[in-house]
Design a protein around this ligand. Structure first.
Ligand SMILES: [Zn+2]
Length: 484
């Protein structure tokens, strides 16, 4: 059908429906009826009100909108720039050298692009872990961009250019948070990290969060940055609550996992990020043993995109990889895998909803908010057969297969195309930001930032007993630390 008209009920007919309800009910040839901003019914051969528009979901998969619980959306104008960065290079670039170059309009441009990017991939809710808010003008720009896009967003307010105890004490910041909270259009969190300094200066920021009634999201268990000491300080201070979201939690001790499990918080796993940047091994293989709730996240488009299919895939791979490796060290063989495709689909949907305290999201059931995704791509040979729908979502599907997306009952992507997105206008804002950064930094610094130096391998030739011919393998195969 053509793009659905707003205001009329919509039914998605005849798809494989992953309800993600408590029993993980799956309907084959199921229907999902949306009336207003809510799901009115889920079933087979549903009767629908007069005037309901129909989306043919046959051959496709209908699932709840996905939820990304940690994404630095302001960095999206730098898409792919840091593909070869380690975490250290990221810190140096954003925290120390160039993060302060971003003007409010640059934060706006990044958020706008990022917001559409998520919707296009079927991510209907994103937490904007917005730690580039040097001034309240930056925060207004971030919020305005999010509100200009018909997705569901949580603005997690942060500022890496000042200590959390400083910016949270700023009356202008508190006024912004109070006003935006009372407007109710955006979800809000406070976003800051706890360094582990025994003086615990972040305590004041936690107190502001408590006073304003806002959850805290924090990068925890990040190798070289935040550690078990941070968790202990939070725990001793009584600041670990069920609303707290621990991002990465990749290099923590069992004791820290116990504290998180006992206080009811959740962990936002960014597997692609942990694998490349080095926060620690993607932790699901550990945290699932402690029954800590998990959600998934994409971190930043300076490396990766907003694609949670990728998150599901890499999370399964990393978890299984570690499970095999741990067994091999003991001389054992894993014959039955612990982490299943069904579980990562749960984390990408329900897991995010639980992390955000939103019991009206993450499930397709009557009365829930109508954030719905249809995966269907008749032009793709990967789209059939759908035999194992969870496996299909986790390992086969990709953003190009996202056919229809509804947020709050509103169609934001239809027949594979975003609805109402003026990407040309977004592109001109992003171009202006790139131009600003590039000229401010200078071409040489810009290029050096994008192409970090290779580690020094030294002059020694790697020991290889088979190098007995005249063939100089070291000249071409990286023994001197160069691929070329
Ligand atoms: Zn992050």
């Amino acid at each position: 059908m053509s793009t659905p008209e707003p205001g009329r009920p919509i039914v998605l007919r005849g798809g494989t429906v992953l309800t993600m309800d408590d029993a993980h009910t799956v309907l084959t040839r199921g229907d999902v009826l949306v009336v207003g901003d809510r799901i009115a019914a889920v079933g087979t051969d549903l009767d629908v009100p007069e005037g309901t528009q129909e989306v043919d979901a046959t051959g496709g998969i209908v699932m709840p909108g996905m939820i990304d619980t940690h994404r630095h959306m302001w960095q999206t104008a730098m898409r792919g720039y840091g593909a070869d960065w380690s975490l250290t290079q990221y810190f140096v670039w954003y925290y120390l050298e160039h993060g302060k170059t971003f003007r409010p309009e640059d934060v706006h441009a990044g958020n706008l692009l990022s917001a559409w990017e998520g919707l296009e991939a079927g991510v209907t809710t994103t937490v904007d872990w917005s730690h580039g808010l040097q001034t309240v003008d930056h925060a207004e720009a971030a919020a305005d961009a999010l509100l200009a896009v018909p997705g569901r967003f949580v603005l997690a307010y942060g500022n890496i250019q000042a200590g959390p105890w400083e910016w949270t004490a700023d009356p202008a910041v508190q006024a912004f948070l109070t006003r935006r909270r009372d407007e109710g259009k955006l979800g809000l969190q406070l976003a800051f990290d706890v360094t582990g300094d025994p003086a615990f200066p972040e305590k004041a920021a936690f107190e502001v969060a408590r006073e304003l009634g806002l959850p805290v999201t924090t990068h925890a268990g990040v190798w070289g940055a935040t550690s078990d000491a941070s968790i202990q300080l939070m725990h001793d201070g009584g600041f670990m609550t069920p609303e707290t979201v621990y991002v990465h939690a990749a290099s923590l001790s069992t004791d820290s996992y116990h504290r998180i499990a006992a206080t009811g918080g959740s962990i936002s796993v960014s597997t692609e990020s942990e694998q490349s940047a080095g926060q620690g091994y993607p932790p699901t293989w550990q945290v699932r043993q402690h029954h800590i709730p998990v959600s998934l996240s994409m971190d930043t488009s300076v490396w990766w995109s907003a694609d949670l299919f990728s998150a599901m895939r890499t999370t399964l791979g990393a978890d299984r990889s570690r499970e095999h490796l741990e067994a091999h060290v003991e001389g054992n063989t894993v014959t039955q895998l612990s982490l299943r495709a069904e579980q990562v689909v749960d984390w990408a949907t329900r897991g995010g909803a639980k992390a955000l305290g939103r019991d009206d999201l993450g499930t397709l059931a009557p009365g829930m908010k109508a954030d719905v995704v249809l995966l269907k791509n008749e032009d793709s040979p990967v789209s059939f057969p759908v035999l194992n729908p969870y496996g299909h979502v986790a390992f086969q599907a990709q953003r190009g297969d996202v056919h229809t997306v509804l947020v709050d009952g509103r169609v934001v992507k239809s027949d594979g195309k975003l609805v109402g997105a003026d990407l040309r206008a977004v592109r001109s804002q992003v171009d202006a930001t790139v131009e600003h950064l590039r000229t401010t930094m200078g071409e040489e610094t810009w290029q050096a930032g994008m192409n970090p130096a290779m580690p020094e391998a030294g002059a020694a030739v790697l020991d290889n007993p088979y190098t007995y011919t005249e063939y100089k393998s070291e000249d071409t195969h990286g023994a001197r630390g160069s691929l070329f």
